[in-house]
Design a protein around this ligand. Sequence first.
Ligand SMILES: Cc1cc2nc3c(=O)[nH]c(=O)nc-3n(C[C@H](O)[C@H](O)[C@H](O)COP(=O)(O)O)c2cc1C
Length: 334
Amino acid sequence: MLYSLARPLLFSLAPERVHELTLSMLKSAHKLGAMRQAVASKPVTCMGIEFPNPVGLAAGLDKNGAYIDALAGLGFGFIEIGTITPKPQEGNPHPRLFRIPQAKAIINRMGFNNDGVDKLVENVKAAKFKGILGINIGKNATTPVEDAVSDYLICLEKVYHYASYITVNISSPNTKNLRSLQSGHALTELLETLKKRQLELAEELQHYVPLVLKVAPDLDTTDIEFIASQLLQFKIDGLIVTNTTLSREGVEGLPFGDEAGGLSGAPVFEKSTACLAAFSKLLQGKIPLIGVGGILSGEHAVAKQQAGASLVQIYSGMIYTGPTLIKDCVNAMT
Ligand SMILES: Cc1cc2nc3c(=O)[nH]c(=O)nc-3n(C[C@H](O)[C@H](O)[C@H](O)COP(=O)(O)O)c2cc1C
């Protein structure tokens, strides 16, 4: 209700300004105890973790983990922070975030703007949150893609102790050549190296933290089959399907529809859900799937479940519908 009243005002401002404003208002409201949403308990066990409900916040909204407690108050079953990189970086030049309300869509080319992994760890330590926290890791823009593995390793080691699960993001379209890590020897090398280090850390710390891969919706059948085979070979713990798309289907001719970057929200739903169903068919329940992309209603969340997802995540839908979307999804899901 409050969100639908505030939305016209918020939508009259520049999108990135609104993003910052909304998060800082949410933080202040949370401190005053004014921003809490009661959500039904609907526990799901996945990757050996018990989630209080299957609806999570997708990566990118809280890149530095600076708003964890406030976001947790909205009733998410889990929160994914990041993408974080080893060193702080500014991301791409402004403007880099575009709303397309006619299509309930967003285009972003943020480019992993973040304060670096050390700051994220500080923020996580300072948070009171005791729920399920995913930490999404990536590489710096200045690191050549051939050396990407070393950036992921740095992040993996630094966040391991603080994460409920760790997401390896190789699917952002806004870091040059990042998506090339989704295929061939580059993927094999990345997964093999990260799996080895994960097992060493689990042994050292006597604590196993699941490793999850996040993929793009713009994959063909050959890509999907290869990724699925690699996930099984290296015993990766989970798969997030999907990130934003490079397609412009659904926003052609609309204001900002031809901006460069990744498209999210309603137009990505079908593509992302088809990708999810394709992975589900190949993986046969051997690796849990997290469905994300275009969820704007409880029915959409149910469709992700029917396509094989054990958990779902939302981002753009929150911008258009507000936090009641979390509740709607939890209530609709089985
Ligand atoms: C502004 C913005 C920034 C994002 N940043 C990240 C990110 O840093 N890392 C990541 O893995 N995904 C990122 N995403 C992708 C989302 O996590 C999600 O996969 C995608 O938007 C599809 O879901 P949606 O349609 O519910 O938004 C971002 C999305 C948006 C809209």
